[in-house]
Write a protein that binds this ligand. Structure first.
Ligand SMILES: N[C@@H](CCC(=O)N[C@@H](CS)C(=O)NCC(=O)O)C(=O)O
Length: 247
């Protein structure tokens, strides 16, 4: 059965899954998911009418696989197994956990900025709704932001605390890259590299990721990007060396 990845082009969690699938050479089709708007048809395809759903989700494996880490582990099992060497599994999962904390914090900052940017709210809608139909669908973007704010419970979170959480992960990442010879775990490229590279998404998204200019601006934190310019350079080198694209 062909594999389908429900994903969003601007989402770092989707990119983690996509990267691992490409690395393992798993062929898949990607379906663009827009929060709220896509949920009903996605639930139908996934076969889950109740309960929380999230993207990335891979359909067409043994059953639906949600969560970027689980998708990556499944993909690695189809490939050469190099992303999750048995002996380093715990360390890799620990890095993923730290990087998830940075992403969760980054989403707070980015969503707030998107909420305040009319062009970014427009870009959050599917392409056909961004032009002539926009006046009718503009409220959908506001609803989508309110939905995500409620779903991920960050309405009250302080931006300073979020920034500190990102800094904590990136400072640890910087140290381990410096002292570990260029990889967060062991001396080879593993999923920990993918997790750390993706954790910079809400500091400065990688140039290869498709997103509108206004969205990219909202996802960029100039002060953090300046502070972690060394880690961004490492991330760019990591993409250049290891981001094979199957499609
Ligand atoms: N830990 C999860 C996090 C996934 C996640 O937060 N997904 C969000 C952002 S792309 C999502 O599904 N948003 C759309 C929605 O909740 O409707 C993973 O690694 O896949």
């Amino acid at each position: 059965m062909p594999h389908t990845l429900y994903a969003a082009s601007y989402s770092p969690w989707s990119e983690k899954a996509r990267w691992a699938l490409d690395h393992a050479g798993v062929a898949f089709a990607e379906v663009a998911y827009t929060p709220l708007l896509s949920e009903a048809s996605f639930r139908f395809k996934r076969g889950s009418l109740t309960g929380a759903v999230s993207i990335p989700t891979l359909l067409g494996a043994d059953g639906p696989i949600s969560d970027s880490l689980r998708i990556a582990q499944w993909a690695d099992g189809q490939g050469d197994g190099s992303l999750f060497p048995e002996a380093q599994l715990e360390e890799i999962e620990e890095w993923n956990y730290r990087c998830e904390a940075a992403l969760a914090a980054g989403r707070i900052l980015a969503t707030r900025r998107v909420a305040g940017s009319e062009p970014a709210r427009r870009e959050a809608l599917p392409a056909p709704l961004q032009r002539a139909l926009y006046p009718f669908f503009a409220p959908m973007a506001d609803l989508g932001i309110a939905f995500l704010t409620r779903k991920y419970g960050f309405g009250e979170a302080s931006s300073e605390t979020a920034e500190q959480a990102i800094r904590k992960t990136l400072e640890a990442g910087r140290l381990v890259i410096r002292d570990g010879g260029g990889h967060p775990v062991g001396d080879r490229f593993t999923f920990a590299d993918i997790a750390l590279a993706s954790s910079l998404h809400f500091v400065s998204p990688h140039s290869s990721l498709k997103m509108g200019a206004a969205t990219r601006a909202c996802f960029t934190q100039p002060a953090l990007a300046h502070e972690f310019a060394d880690l961004l350079a490492w991330r760019d080198a990591c993409y250049a060396a290891h981001r094979q694209r199957a499609r």
